[in-house]
Design a protein around this ligand. Structure first.
Ligand code: NI
Length: 136
């Protein structure tokens, strides 16, 4: 059986209240189970970052407003600089101003990290969310 370690963690009140509601909605039984589940999700979303030359694949979601100066142009230039790891991009026009780019990626974790960093420096973005799986 897995050894269980008890630890104390602090949370902002509002965050914990929202969290408890989701734990209840998901019928997870206890806050501890919910936190373990949240940690597993966090790990699966970020474990690829520990890889170096090993390959990963997935998407980088980029939510932005195309009216913000130069953001769209910068994002396009960045994608052209990373042709080696971007096989395809899907652009969804969300509203009159907002766009969602779904950039498909496949390449070394190091190169994907460089891309994510470049995207974050493209200008004022609403959200950047890499979702990647390791290729074993
Ligand atoms: Ni658009």
């Amino acid at each position: 059986m897995t050894k269980v370690i008890k630890t104390g963690v602090s949370f902002p009140k509002e965050l914990l209240e929202k969290f408890d509601k989701v734990v209840e909605e998901l019928n997870l039984g206890s806050r501890s189970t919910g936190i373990q589940e949240a940690m597993r999700t966090f790990l699966s979303m970020n474990i690829w970052r520990l890889r170096g030359e090993e390959e990963v694949a997935g998407t980088i979601l980029v939510h932005y407003c195309h009216e913000v100066h130069d953001v769209e142009k910068n994002l396009t230039e960045i994608q052209h600089d990373f042709l080696d790891i971007i096989p395809s991009t899907l652009h969804i026009h969300l509203t009159k101003e907002d766009c969602l780019l779904i950039i498909a990626v496949k390449g070394s974790a190091l190169r994907v990290k460089e891309l994510a960093k470049a995207i974050r420096s493209a200008g004022k973005l609403k959200q950047v969310l890499p979702i990647l799986v390791p290729i074993y």
